[in-house]
Design a binder for this molecule. Structure first.
Ligand SMILES: Cc1cc2nc3c(=O)[nH]c(=O)nc-3n(C[C@H](O)[C@H](O)[C@H](O)COP(=O)(O)OP(=O)(O)OC[C@H]3O[C@@H](n4cnc5c(N)ncnc54)[C@H](O)[C@@H]3O)c2cc1C
Length: 303
């Protein structure tokens, strides 16, 4: 006997993109299953002060709690487990969770977020949210008048340094080797950013808050903030089985309706690439759900 759970749409990822998709799909009358652990969301670490309707800063964890309650109130079924397998099942899709629960669904919305690349140095883990940030756009305003270091070689680091030049008192850009254009380097210089090239950060210093960084030549740079801008990778191991491949930057390609290259699979949020932000994730979650609804309706021949 087939004991698989059957739904109209299964949403993989319990962050803002997935939760918004679940709310929207349920409001349109779909049977929705939302899978994933809310505590795995990047929003858990954020203090939001740049999202419509929210006079912040408000803890991201609070927004997640409210979002989950909203989803439950719309009869979304929530299964706080990771999905470990995604495959085709005839014209539908099959998902398997970590405890072995099987789900058959007409449409899938992927919302697994992105893993930010870390520096992996001493002090980094304990100082996240205490001066260590992985998102200059999100946290820039908390560093007004302070000294900050931006760590990274690529154009993302360069743009983060330029952005921080509007807020911080002094900005150091620490790069093993500068991999962005000379024009950008010039622009950075003209904004007073101090570029330290050919050096590696080996430790982030400070007990309760960031106090500085230690470089591989033994020198120390005194800063109160460290922006790690080493890019990020979508969580894409799951999707290769159904023939989805990440683009060169490691994200999933989608069209304007949030459809992937595989019919019936939609994607939203950080998984689809920068800017990695709450507003974009929620907007994409909404669009993905509307598109999944239209897809399921047309598949069933409903006008
Ligand atoms: C420190 C910090 C501060 C930030 N500040 C801001 C800010 O001020 N403003 C702003 O707009 N944005 C900010 N952001 C960015 C914002 O949090 C993200 O853009 C947003 O959370 C992305 O939403 P998402 O739903 O795409 O992914 P996420 O929120 O990362 O959620 C992904 C979900 O997928 C789940 N998942 C992963 N793999 C699986 C699987 N195999 N099966 C099931 N579930 C899975 C995870 O457990 C998680 O529940 C900040 C981020 C960080 C880290």
């Amino acid at each position: 006997m087939d004991s698989a759970k059957r739904v109209d749409v299964a949403i993989v990822g319990c962050g803002p993109a997935g939760i918004q998709a679940a709310i929207t799909a349920a409001k349109r009358g779909m049977r929705v299953l939302l899978l994933g652990r809310p505590e795995g969301s990047s929003l858990k670490y954020a203090h939001i002060d740049d999202y419509f309707g929210v006079l912040g800063p408000v803890e991201g964890v609070k927004l997640l709690e409210i979002g989950l309650k909203q989803a439950e109130s719309k009869n979304v079924e929530i299964l706080k487990e990771d999905v470990v397998e995604l495959s085709r099942d005839g014209l539908a899709f099959k998902l398997k969770t970590e405890s072995g629960i099987e789900v058959v669904t007409d449409a899938v919305i992927l919302a697994m977020g992105a893993r930010r690349n870390k520096l992996n140095v001493k002090g980094e883990g304990k100082l996240v949210g205490r001066g260590v940030s992985y998102c200059a756009e999100c946290d820039c305003s908390f560093f007004r008048g302070l000294n900050v270091a931006v760590v990274g070689d690529g154009s993302a680091a360069a743009y983060a340094a330029l952005l921080m030049a509007n807020y911080a008192s002094k900005v150091f850009l620490i790069a093993r080797s500068v991999e962005f254009s000379s024009k950008l380097l010039e622009e950075i210089g003209s904004r007073g950013v101090i570029v330290i090239e050919g050096r590696r950060v080996v430790e982030i210093l400070g007990e309760r808050r960031v106090e500085g960084v230690l470089l591989d030549d033994g020198s120390r740079v005194d800063v109160q903030g460290v922006f790690v801008e080493l890019g990020s990778r979508g969580v894409l191991e799951l999707v290769s089985n159904v023939g989805l491949l990440p683009n060169a930057s490691g994200y999933l390609n989608v069209d304007k309706s949030q459809a992937t290259e595989i019919e019936g699979i939609f994607a939203c949020g950080d998984l689809c690439g920068p800017p990695l932000s709450l507003a974009k994730s929620v907007g994409e979650g909404y669009v993905a759900a509307v598109s999944a609804f239209e897809y399921v309706k047309s598949k069933r021949g409903v006008k």
